[in-house]
Design a protein around this ligand. Structure first.
Ligand code: SF4
Length: 467
């Protein structure tokens, strides 16, 4: 049971195009701009109106879609996926889009998020005779659709989606239509755009800019869009929907040039930094940010505090993100490979180091060390998220509760463990204020507060809270 749940622990990016002669190429560029959301596997499935075919593999977008591979992908519509998965959930068969063929037609699925009732659904489906090809939660939707008994694809999708619990942004493509669905809480970002007469859908709006598409709107929680050659139809499949978008998308995960619900990610991060300058005023000589996701917050802090922002840390661009490497050993090696302190900037200085989060504490300890080894006289750590005390069940790999340093340690204990001269986390109120919100309505803060927007099923809890 447990390895199965561990295998669901993923964060991904999805991109789709309907009605463009260069559908596969556009999807390639879209996925390339979403590569930060997952680097372990990628795939594209195209439709030429008569059949679906796909190319997928384990690796980066630029590695999998060679010139030869792209020649295979002819059609006017496409969906694509970039995948991150833990070691237990990797493997070629789990790389998406998943493609299913049957007597009545083909179906391709691309999914971003995590389902929290997948084991109960799988048990039910297996008892009814389903055989699963993958250990991914994505496949459940295909089986539910096939067994729904409805003849119309829209009804099949609505019926199946209503049985899912958790976070999901789905692209569902058949030979004749592209369906786009977002869970009733809208936990993961998903936007609709246009490119001439074609429609595009992406996890983040940065992908629209790359392909020259115009943003139309965000997909609503509990909404099913049906896109075909006649246009777009919007339906609501969830009886009740309450928005709870993931706050970590703003803090860490999304690209700074993306907008989520009309809020630019860079601006939100900068505001978080400004807020931290108010919540944690520190007497120091320079402010530096941990590249790349903390630069915006560091600039905000420096601007509000009137302390110069300097590039005190440099990132080696050719190494993957630490947060999404699969093992602790690799993560630790990754930090050494990835970051260097700039001695000429930090030597003899009191440094404020702004970072977006502390997950296990290992990375923060190494960065503080790097700065001190490079001659910083003091290192004050300012974190632009509240302490992560609880796991995420919805697709961001914050790991088990016992691995989260803030789950059972005070701020002072964490400060001591990471070797900083001071440590401050933004408050929940401060973070919401930075997002332009008075309260927490409309946002998920589960990993900070322990209040999750959905019910969490016992078998999922068993894995995340194991001791
Ligand atoms: S629990 Fe945290 S990381 Fe997960 S969706 Fe909610 S805010 Fe995002």
């Amino acid at each position: 049971m447990l390895p199965e749940i561990k295998g669901l622990n993923e964060e991904c990016g999805i991109f789709g195009v309907w009605g463009h002669k260069d559908a596969a190429q556009l999807t390639y560029y879209g996925l390339h701009s979403l590569q930060h959301r997952g680097q372990e596997g990628t795939g594209i499935v195209v439709s030429d109106g008569k059949k679906l075919k796909g190319v997928k593999g384990e690796g980066l977008v630029a590695e999998i879609f060679t010139t030869e591979a792209m020649k295979e992908l002819t059609g006017t519509s496409a969906i694509g996926h970039v995948r991150y998965a833990t070691a237990g959930g990797g493997g070629y068969e789990n790389v998406q889009p998943l493609l299913f063929h049957s007597q009545t037609g083909s179906l391709a699925l691309a999914h971003n998020g995590n389902l929290v009732n997948v084991n109960s659904l799988k048990h039910q489906l297996e008892a009814q005779g389903s055989i699963f090809q993958t250990s991914s939660d994505t496949e459940v939707l295909a089986h539910l659709m096939k067994r729904s008994g409805y003849s119309d694809s829209k009804d099949r999708a609505k019926n199946a989606l209503s049985m899912l619990k958790g976070a999901y942004a789905y692209l569902i493509m058949t030979e004749t239509e592209l369906m786009v669905a977002l869970d009733p809480h809208g936990l993961r970002p998903l936007s609709l755009g246009s490119l001439g007469d074609a429609y595009v859908v992406a996890s983040e709006t940065c992908a629209f800019d790359v392909v020259g598409a115009e943003y139309i709107r965000d997909i609503r929680p509990g909404e099913l869009l049906i896109i075909n050659d006649q246009g777009v139809i919007s339906e609501q499949f969830a009886v009740s929907s309450t928005k709870a978008i993931c706050t970590m998308e703003y803090i860490y995960f999304s690209r700074p040039d993306s907008n989520i619900q009309g809020i630019n990610v860079h601006t939100a991060r900068k505001n978080m930094g400004k807020r931290m300058a108010m919540e944690a005023p520190i007497d120091a000589d320079v402010v530096t940010g941990v590249p790349d996701s903390s630069i915006s917050a560091a600039i905000g802090y420096a601007e509000a505090a009137g302390i110069p922002y300097e590039m005190g840390l440099i990132k080696n661009r050719y190494v993957g993100r630490t947060f999404i490497q699969p093992s602790q050993t690799l993560r630790e090696q990754g930090v050494k490979m990835k970051l260097s302190a700039v001695r000429g900037v930090v030597e003899g200085k009191r440094v404020i180091m702004v970072d977006d989060s502390i997950v296990r504490g290992t990375t923060s300890r190494r960065i503080v060390n790097l700065l001190k080894e490079a001659g910083a006289t003091e290192v004050h750590v300012v974190i632009s998220s509240p302490p992560i005390k609880n796991p995420c069940f919805y697709g961001i790999d914050t790991s088990t509760k016992e691995e989260l340093i803030a789950s059972d340690k005070s701020v002072e204990e964490i400060r001591e463990l990471i070797g900083a001269d001071s440590l401050t986390f933004i408050s929940v109120e401060g973070m919401m204020h930075a997002l332009g919100q008075e309260g927490t309505n409309g946002y998920c803060l589960g990993c900070f507060t322990g209040n999750y927007p959905t019910e969490i099923y016992p078998d999922t809890l068993q894995y995340y809270y194991q001791k």
